[in-house]
Design a protein around this ligand. Structure first.
Ligand code: ADP
Length: 550
């Protein structure tokens, strides 16, 4: 770099000196010519005066290459003296100019380094007749004076060039010193080595430069330290959490894994590891890279983890939270739920049978309310147990799907089962269209029955319920009381019932919509609710489209 700078500066100096030298040569030659011209004019004037005064011409005093001629008014020669004189004066431009303007000048090439500077002047003879005096002198352009001039100029030029190169070399050395020192400093900063002090500054700007770089280096070191402290802090926090955390960089190498992860995967944290070596299925990484996140369960060492992965700026993070307790608890709860329901069903069936026998056997009238109450309570309990069993079947049991079924058929059957309720409330149920879908028939029946029953149960007396089949499912619409905003969010929860429904002892169990929601979810579909208080409700069930070949 420095060499290049010295070469560039030297070339510039050389070009400048060469330009000045050429200009000086040009200036020298043109001033020599001007001198010759002036001399020719001067000599012509002297001899014109001499001719006018009638003095004789003494040619013996003429210098080399000097020529003089006296011409008549028409340009014909009267007399001539000296050397290099032309044969025909009338063709000379300076004579022509003198004839029209009184005087004329010219410079002509003569030989080698010589030129002739000539001058022609109009002049009267002693009697007043018009004559012309022609005179030329020799001008040596490239003689010893020129050589002397060139040699001295060349010497000065060489001296300037050498001085310039030396100066460029010294100055560049000084300017590059801070750059060289900075190079060392940057390397030390990058490699985290102790800093070498800067050399003594040679001038004010370099002193300022060293000071600024020193300050910047200190700021950088402080920032790096606080970053490291922060990193250490974050690592300590990550090490203290029980979740397994793995930080990935761009490639497959693990950038960091916390103590819990190292323990679970039985790894030494001080060594480098790659994600595949942990035995993760490659789909985890592929999904994160494609969808920027992943959420799934992951089994490791007989435990179940909730795996969450998401992209970060420089790679991605995988966090595994142990959910074995929740999963086992849920399984336990569900199997308890189902076992208890089964166990309750047997004695309940027996109570219901006994109550029926009691009602048919002759008995005192005073027992009627009690028998009636036993029948109603046990029927309600039976429905509750049925719903609880349905829900646990949907969540954990396998329901067979034999092929596409007509949901309109299931709807007609459900409508038939609800006849007594329709008559009791004077509600009209209308079924429009059909939707054929690969679904377990009992599921289709229970979906529609639950929604129709709610529409009738929570509708006005003599109200209407419409079941409209859609291209991808169906909707159940009523013109009943509707559901308010806060309840809308919660009616699909188990045992959640809107306040008035509880008071009215409507006969519901609080599980109907939870059954609808979980049935839809188990088919990959969903149920949505659109309702306005006082106007009615619309429950829409949408199924995913069936893939070809299924
Ligand atoms: P339930 O057995 O009590 O009917 P659901 O889960 O089927 O339980 O419904 C939950 C609650 O949502 C009901 O108690 C009722 O208050 C409200 N609800 C359900 N369907 C309707 C409807 N079509 N119109 C008004 N309210 C309804």
């Amino acid at each position: 770099m420095r060499k290049r700078l010295v070469i560039s500066v030297s070339s510039l100096i050389f070009a400048a000196v060469a330009a000045v030298f050429s200009f000086s040569v040009f200036f020298f030659t043109s001033s020599t010519l001007n001198q010759g011209r002036a001399e020719a004019h001067h000599m012509a004037t002297i001899y014109a005066h001499a001719f006018e005064d009638g003095q004789p011409i003494d040619a013996t005093v003429f210098p080399d290459m000097f020529g003089l001629a006296i011409l008549k008014e028409d340009g014909s020669l009267v007399n001539e003296w000296g050397s290099n004189l032309p044969l025909d004066y009338t063709v000379l431009p300076e004579v022509e100019t003198a004839m029209s303007e009184g005087e004329g000048e010219a410079v002509k090439y003569y030989d080698g380094s010589f030129k002739l500077a000539s001058c022609c002047l109009q002049t009267p003879d002693p009697s007043g007749n018009t004559y012309y005096v022609y005179c030329h002198v020799g001008v040596e352009l490239y003689g010893p004076a020129f050589v002397n001039f060139c040699v001295s100029s060349a010497l000065v030029s060489v001296a300037i060039i050498v001085l310039g190169i030396i100066l460029a070399y010294v100055m560049s050395g000084l300017s590059f010193k801070p750059i060289a020192a900075s190079k060392v400093r940057f390397r030390e900063l990058v490699e985290n080595r102790p800093l070498t002090p800067f050399p003594k500054p040679h001038d004010k700007p370099s002193e300022e430069y060293y000071r600024e770089v020193d300050e910047a280096s200190k700021a950088l070191l402080a920032a790096r330290k606080s970053l490291n402290d922060e990193k250490e802090g974050i690592r300590n926090i990550l090490d203290s959490v029980s979740d397994l955390i793995i930080l990935m960089g761009e490639g497959e190498d693990i950038a960091f894994l916390n103590k819990a992860a190292a323990k679970a995967f039985r790894l030494d944290v001080s060594k480098f590891h790659s994600l595949p070596s942990l035995g993760f299925p490659s789909e985890v990484e592929q999904t994160i890279r494609k969808h920027r996140k992943v959420e799934q369960t992951y089994d490791l060492n007989n435990k179940t983890y909730a795996l969450r992965g998401y992209m970060t700026s420089g790679g991605y993070v995988i966090a595994l939270a142990d959910i074995s307790f929740e999963v086992n608890g849920e399984k336990l709860r569900s199997s308890f739920f189902s076992a208890a329901s089964h166990e309750l069903k047997t004695p309940l069936t027996s109570i219901m049978g006994q109550a029926e026998i009691l009602s048919l056997t002759p008995h005192p009238d005073a027992l009627d309310p009690s028998i009636d109450s036993i029948e109603k309570a046990s029927a309600r309990m039976y429905r509750l147990i049925e719903d609880m069993l349905s829900l646990s079947r949907i969540e954990f049991g396998h329901r067979e799907v034999k092929g596409p079924v007509s949901l309109a058929k299931a709807a007609e059957e459900a409508k038939g089962a609800l006849n007594f309720l329709m008559e009791e409330k004077g509600v009209t149920v209308m079924i429009n269209g059909d939707f054929v879908y690969p679904i377990n028939y009992d599921d289709a029946y229970s979906l529609i029955k639950n929604l129709l029953e709610n529409g009738i149960r929570y509708g006005h007396k003599r109200g209407h319920v419409w079941l409209n089949f859609l291209p991808n499912g169906f909707e159940v619409k009523d013109d009943g009381a509707g559901i308010g905003e806060p309840d809308k969010q919660r009616v699909f929860e188990r045992f959640y019932r809107v306040e008035q429904s509880r008071d009215k002892a409507s006969g519901g169990t609080g599980l109907g919509l939870a059954i609808v929601k979980h049935t839809m979810l188990s088919y990959g579909g969903k149920v949505t609710l659109d309702s306005t208080l006082g106007e009615g409700s619309v429950f829409t069930c949408v199924f995913p489209s069936v893939k070809k070949g299924k």
